[in-house]
Design a protein around this ligand. Structure first.
Ligand code: IFM
Length: 437
């Protein structure tokens, strides 16, 4: 068979994404460090501990790994609680530390994409009500006003807030993230509005500091597919799509959002994105049921990740990309990946998703980059160390890194700026056969 090559546009960003609390280790002053200590909050009562030991300097070897394997970009986050350990103190050493890390990336030829908020809040902020505090947007903007001038000589690409929809859903509806409210719909609405305002203020502040900056959020998009053609299933899938996927992003685009009687109006948020950051992992099937645990499932026979969290549904990724394209902005895949320790599934998933990414680009969606989640196995929030998303496997106790085969596959894609059928055949035979068999 002739070799087929799915070529990406020049200057495409290929990297991995990480977040401070998941990799740094020894974060002791944020709401997650407190949450982890409460029995029963994290699977098997595991804790982040030293995580990937980045704060002690192991970022150097991991950045080297990324650069040595062809990556030209990296998405990382700044830990608010390190920069502003109390309301009136700023830690200049922590800022220096981040400058050093970012310089490290640049010196290795990797473009930094910097996230200002990735799930964690300083303890003092949580103790004054966190994102429910009416002053939360201004408090956050004050932190951003400290970080942005300090990093702007090194950074032009910013993500203000990571997955606000996940933070709200897990923090106030299911309660698996701090502050652990369950079915707190009123709180969720308050937090949604405050996060939108925090983003809008920060967007403006960054552009004031750095007119050439490119600023977005990273939204978690989940494709909700009606399980049947029944009106109730279709209705519920539509409502979930609006509430989970659209609510935040629509306000950033139009300044308002409406779902039945629930409305948000925030004119200051209108047009406050320069790119759309898409975090996509899976699609799921929606069935109308009074028993909430029966609502979400995966299609029968779907290829599932180790703990059954993620299904390989590339068509859902295609729909997510089409959806992202409707906002008329450049699209960056700020996260995509799968938890799989033995790596057989990751390579197939990677192949199917990169292929869909290429297809989206060829039908005109302006995709500019892809950040695989993640570089090295790290602390996976309420699921502790049980889910392994890394290109490199990590033994947290010894800090030993073990290269998974996906590294070689991803390296081939990054270096060639293309997905080639030969690499597909070699690393992901299932995907090869799905495409060419
Ligand atoms: O690890 C998380 C990340 O922090 C946010 N997006 C999803 C990832 C995998 O669950």
């Amino acid at each position: 068979m002739a070799n087929a090559k799915f070529i990406f546009p020049a200057q495409f960003l290929w990297g991995t994404a990480t977040s401070s609390h998941q990799v740094e280790g020894n974060n002791r002053n944020n709401n997650w460090s407190r949450w982890e200590k409460e029995p029963g909050k994290i699977l098997n009562n595991q804790q982040s501990g030293s995580a990937c030991d980045w704060w002690n300097g192991r970022w150097r070897e991991d950045f080297q790994r990324a650069a040595d394997t062809g990556q030209n970009a990296h998405r990382m986050s700044i830990e608010w609680s390190r920069i502003q350990p109390s309301p009136d103190t700023w830690d200049e050493n922590a800022l220096d530390h981040y400058r050093e890390m970012i310089r490290g990336l640049i010196s290795l030829g990797m473009k930094p994409l910097i996230t200002l908020h990735h799930f964690t809040d300083p303890l003092w902020f949580s103790d004054i009500g966190g994102w429910k505090n009416p002053g939360a947007p201004e408090i956050f903007a004050k932190y951003a006003a400290k970080v942005v001038p300090a990093l702007k000589p090194l950074v032009t690409d910013w993500v203000t807030i990571n997955e606000p929809n996940v933070a709200i859903y897990c923090g106030y509806i299911t309660g698996v993230f701090p502050p652990g409210e369950k079915r707190g719909f009123r709180s969720a609405a308050i937090v949604l509005k405050n996060l939108i305002r925090a983003h809008a203020l920060t967007y403006k502040l960054i552009h004031h500091e750095q007119p050439e900056a490119s600023v977005g959020i990273a939204i978690n998009m989940r494709d909700f597919i009606p399980a049947t053609n029944a009106a109730a299933d279709r209705w519920l899938a539509r409502v979930l799509h609006k509430a989970y996927n659209d609510s935040f992003i629509e306000v950033l685009s139009k300044g308002h959002f409406q779902l039945g009687p629930f409305a948000i109006r925030c004119r200051e948020a209108k047009n406050t994105q320069d790119f759309l950051g898409l975090n996509y992992y899976t699609g799921s099937q929606i069935r109308f049921s009074k028993d909430i645990s029966n609502v979400i499932s995966f299609p029968e026979g779907a290829m599932l990740s180790d703990s059954g969290f993620i299904a390989n549904e590339p068509e859902s990724f295609a729909r997510a990309l089409d959806w992202a394209g409707t906002f008329g902005l450049p699209v960056i895949i700020t996260e995509n990946g799968v938890e799989n320790d033995d790596d057989h599934f990751r390579r197939e998933y990677l192949a199917d998703h990169i292929h869909q990414l290429w297809r989206a680009w060829s039908r005109g969606i302006p995709v500019k980059g892809y950040f695989h989640w993640t570089l090295v196995d790290n602390f996976e929030w309420e699921r502790g160390w049980t889910q392994r998303f890394g290109l490199w496997q990590l033994e947290p106790d010894t800090q030993k890194r073990i290269r998974r085969d996906s590294v070689d596959f991803y390296e081939a894609i990054c270096r060639k700026n293309a997905l080639e059928s030969e690499d597909l055949r070699h690393y992901a035979l299932g995907a090869f056969l799905r495409l060419f068999g």
